[in-house]
Design a protein around this ligand. Structure first.
Ligand SMILES: [Zn+2]
Length: 286
């Protein structure tokens, strides 16, 4: 099952890429082999490969159907992109076919939310047509926090091929402030640290809640060991504080935690466990 319903909102998971991303020690310098081994029973086989010590990850989009609109949360790596990271370089993943199988044609997408401007979250913002990068979703508005929309702060190549084309067509909407309301069910708030403009999408509908936290956690091991930051974050202390704040909110309100890159069922329910957190259940995504 790739779709769940929370309140009035339907959430569909659309896979782009999955596989071994990098050795855990290269991504998480402060997490030891012992940390991973102590949690092997549930980290393997979906999140960690004990034989190779590789972090297993996915890139995926979350398709939300809310108040009659189709909203895409994060757009993965994209096809044909020139990237330094070998597993992201010049991909051909069939993502648009899987999006179509989920009932979504590109022109039907009303809104795209980029949780931040890293290459694996903005890739399908655009696609290559006749040597030119054009918006993949011709009728969508694209939301990106202003702090991540400033060229020069991150990879210029990513801006050139995945963000600037949206400026040229007038489809990029940058935002700042403490909250951006999208509709009755969804709001965006800043979650800085991983990048200056990282954002969390908060779903509150009826009694159901979810937090689309982007890269506030890269592995579920960071739920039970919340103080460990990947080397991928710009401001590690701020990113860790943001993760703790959002996990505490999820524990206290019963919100489903939906990160960008988890394999397995993709999303977790959490509770407080002393000054850390524990996973109490997993979402029903297949
Ligand atoms: Zn990412």
């Amino acid at each position: 099952m790739d779709t769940i319903t929370l309140g009035q909102v339907e959430i569909t998971r659309v896979l782009e890429w999955s596989g071994p991303f990098a050795p855990t020690s290269a991504v998480f310098p402060t997490l030891t082999r012992e940390h991973w081994q102590a949690n092997e029973s549930w980290l393997s086989p979906d999140h960690w490969d004990p034989a190779t010590d590789m972090l297993l990850a996915r890139t995926q989009s979350w398709v939300l159907r809310s108040e009659g609109r189709i909203i895409l949360v994060d757009t993965g790596i994209g096809d044909d992109k020139e990237r330094q990271i070998p597993v992201f370089h010049r991909l051909r993943t069939g993502f648009l076919d899987r999006l179509a199988a989920a009932g979504v044609q590109p022109e039907q997408v009303d809104l795209v939310v980029n949780t931040h401007a890293h290459s694996d979250h903005v890739g399908w913002n655009t696609r290559l047509v006749d040597g030119e990068w054009i918006p993949t979703f011709p009728n969508a508005r694209y939301l990106l926090h202003a702090a991540d929309a400033t060229p020069g702060l991150s990879d210029p190549q990513v801006h050139r091929d995945s963000i600037d084309p949206l400026r040229h067509t007038g489809q990029l909407s940058t935002w700042d402030g403490t909250e951006l309301r999208i509709d009755a069910n969804l709001t965006l708030t800043p979650a800085p640290g991983h990048t200056p403009g990282s954002a969390v999408l908060r779903l509150v509908s009826g009694t159901d809640r979810a937090l689309f936290i982007g890269d506030i956690a890269h592995s579920p091991l960071q739920i039970v060991e919340p103080d460990h930051e990947p080397c991928l974050s710009d401001d590690a202390p701020a990113a860790t504080a943001t993760r703790r704040r959002l996990l505490a909110e999820a524990a206290d309100t019963g919100a489903l935690v939906i990160p960008a890159h988890f394999g397995g069922s993709g999303a977790a329910e959490v509770k407080r466990d002393g000054d850390k957190f524990a996973i109490t259940g997993w979402a029903a995504f297949g």
